[in-house]
Ligand binder design. Structure first.
Ligand code: GNR
Ligand code: NI
Length: 167
């Protein structure tokens, strides 16, 4: 097990489009375990491989209250969407920033599990939001890109200032 460093916005590597995982092997299972450890330690409710600078389609999510429902989604695809919702989002790659984003309220997702077999997941509310947020990461998209340019520039300035203080 290992904690992995998380890329911080506006790192250009966060805009890399992830490739599908070709084979679900021990390398992928090790990466998923390290990502889960990193997510729980952060703490966060999801983590995409993009955020740890691995550009393959792998995400881990645990949106449960008691952190007992770890989900690993490999090569996820959205099969159906229903409804709309707006909620505040945060991101481990954009620390301290919380902004409202519009998402589908329900999604049906197909993915491969750690055993390499396909499964389907019906997600709603926070779990559905998290799946969409993580799948955006795999496409190279960070949630702040839904905001106005003005807001994006303010966020960049705020993070740059904070980085100067912590450095
Ligand atoms: O920990 C996280 N919380 C969160 C809250 C609202 C909407 C999305 C998220 S995902 C985020 C972890 C993260 O950055 N995943 O990419
Ligand atoms: Ni994120």
């Amino acid at each position: 097990m290992a904690l992995l460093p998380i890329l911080r916005y506006p790192d250009p590597r966060l805009h890399t489009k992830a490739k599908p995982v070709a084979v679900v092997d021990d390398r992928i299972r090790q990466l998923a375990a390290d990502m889960a450890e990193t997510m729980y330690e952060a703490p966060g409710i999801g983590l995409a491989a993009t955020q740890v600078n691995v550009h393959e389609q792998l995400i881990v999510i645990d949106a449960s209250e008691d952190k007992s429902k770890l989900l690993t989604l490999i090569n996820p695809e959205i099969l159906a969407r229903e409804g709309e919702c707006e909620g505040e989002e945060g991101c481990l790659s954009v620390p301290g920033i919380y902004e409202t984003v519009k998402r589908s309220r329900k999604v049906r997702v197909r993915a491969l599990g750690l055993d390499g077999r396909p499964f389907e997941l019906d997600a709603e509310d926070i779990l559905a939001v998290c799946v969409q947020h993580e799948m955006d990461h795999l496409q190279g998209k960070v949630f702040v890109e839904y905001l106005s340019m003005l807001k994006q520039n303010r966020i960049k300035a705020k993070l740059a200032k904070k980085a100067r203080i912590t450095a």
